[in-house]
Ligand binder design. Structure first.
Ligand SMILES: Cc1cc2nc3c(=O)[nH]c(=O)nc-3n(C[C@H](O)[C@H](O)[C@H](O)COP(=O)(O)OP(=O)(O)OC[C@H]3O[C@@H](n4cnc5c(N)ncnc54)[C@H](O)[C@@H]3O)c2cc1C
Length: 380
């Protein structure tokens, strides 16, 4: 096993560091979080550095590099700001990898170059008011007419939909079906007549906007289906390891930041005449925090390796998602305890990480369901 990074990976990460320190320094992350202002402008800088082309074949304008490189970049972006990694992960994961994995050649040629240029944004519109963890319970319907579909229904908690050019939307196209059968994935231009959007307020991830979306007789061209008709769930499942790896790398980046912030605080905060870091219980707690981050990171890198080798990775994708999200909650919880009143201040970074962390254990496939996946894979 070789854990070293290639020269190219090191150089890409250093260009990410420079770009973020110039355009999204910590004070800007704080300001945007307080003002609920997503840093959408970052996408053009990602494109300039070639970050959006990393996993895609050269014939579509990509760099044909390893998924491990995507993972490293996303982890580094997550270290600086969750939203910086979300922006990267969703553009590549939901958007690009969906087309690459199950899109038509026409769709790959049309959309991938624009994604790589940072010109297109996507949101996954899967969740519905009555279909969350049980995504197969979706009831948003698409009725076939001459040259397309008419979509009716409602999706909820859709991230970044206000900025998306397209909503990647699983809908029921076999109207008599139920469960995971009879579903297709439609690429719906967000600015289509009949789409209405309501902003949802929440406790964290202030820069990740959330929307409830109504579809009222929305017409979608037939060619806007991605993958085979009525086979949408299988297609969606075939890309989940990409999005789970993005979610996990984002969480691990944030978790490492939380450990570093806390460590820095206990090294400098004097109580009882010495730094907090001199007390053994505090040292041990920081060590436990770093231990969790490293455990999650090892599984994440193994997942990336399996993806690059084209090997089966259902267990590792689920493990990475669980370990990364639980580790993020663990380190931010203990970071808040060790930083006490300093952490509780709205001016601190640890409180933002702590609020944001709550999403990760249930978002992107709840951890309970990840455990079901692992249980099935190991024969339970
Ligand atoms: C900030 C935010 C952003 C989001 N972004 C998106 C997005 O971009 N696109 C999108 O489509 N969705 C998005 N979601 C929706 C998200 O994926 C769902 O919240 C998630 O799938 C869980 O569904 P639910 O909230 O309806 O919970 P429920 O399904 O009601 O689950 C509640 C609890 O019960 C547990 N549970 C459910 N079933 C079982 C079972 N069989 N066994 C054991 N435990 C079970 C769950 O694990 C969970 O802990 C987002 C949500 C949030 C809050």
């Amino acid at each position: 096993m070789d854990f070293s990074l290639s020269e190219e990976q090191t150089s890409i990460l250093s260009s990410v560091d420079k770009m973020i320190s110039k355009f999204l320094p910590p004070e800007e992350v704080r300001r945007r979080d307080k003002n609920y202002e997503p840093p959408d402008f970052l996408l053009k800088h990602y494109a300039e550095l070639g970050l959006l082309g990393i996993p895609f074949p050269e014939k579509y304008g990509g760099l044909n590099q390893k998924w491990l490189t995507v993972t490293l970049v996303n982890e580094r972006l997550g270290y600086y700001a969750a939203i910086a990694a979300s922006l990267y992960g969703t553009t590549i994961g939901f958007g690009g990898m969906s087309f690459l994995t199950y899109g038509s050649e026409y769709q790959k040629k049309t959309y991938l170059p624009k994604i790589i240029d940072g010109k297109l944004r996507f949101s996954l519109a899967l969740t519905e008011p009555t279909a969350g963890t049980d995504a197969g319970g979706l009831i948003t319907s698409a009725k076939r007419i001459n040259n397309g579909w008419v979509v009716n229904g409602r999706k909820t908690w859709i991230s970044g939909a206000d900025q998306a050019d397209y909503l990647v939307t699983p809908v029921r196209t076999d109207l008599g079906s139920s469960g995971s059968k009879g579903v297709s994935i439609l690429l719906i231009p967000r600015k289509t007549d009949g789409i209405s959007m309501t902003y949802l307020e929440k406790v964290g991830n202030n820069c990740l906007t959330s929307w409830d979306i109504g579809f009222d007789d929305v017409f979608v061209n037939y060619e806007n289906i991605i993958g085979e008709e009525n086979n949408g769930f299988r297609n969606l499942m075939s890309t989940l390891h990409y999005s789970r790896s993005c979610q996990a790398s984002n969480a691990i980046g944030q978790a490492q930041n939380a450990v570093d912030i806390t460590k820095n605080h206990v090294l400098n905060r004097i109580q009882f005449g010495r730094p907090l870091s001199k007390f053994q219980t505090i040292k041990h707690r920081i060590v436990d925090m770093q231990l969790r981050v490293d455990q999650a990171r090892f599984i994440l890198y193994k997942l990336a390796w399996l993806i690059d080798e084209g090997k089966r990775c259902r267990i590792e994708a689920a493990q990475a998602k669980i370990l990364a999200s639980e580790c993020l909650q663990y380190v931010t919880h203990h970071g808040m305890q060790l930083m006490a009143s300093y952490g509780y201040s709205l001016d601190s970074d640890i409180q933002r990480l702590w609020r944001d962390s709550r999403l990760y254990t249930f978002g992107e496939g709840a951890n309970e369901i990840q455990k079901d996946i692992i249980a099935k894979e190991i024969g339970l």
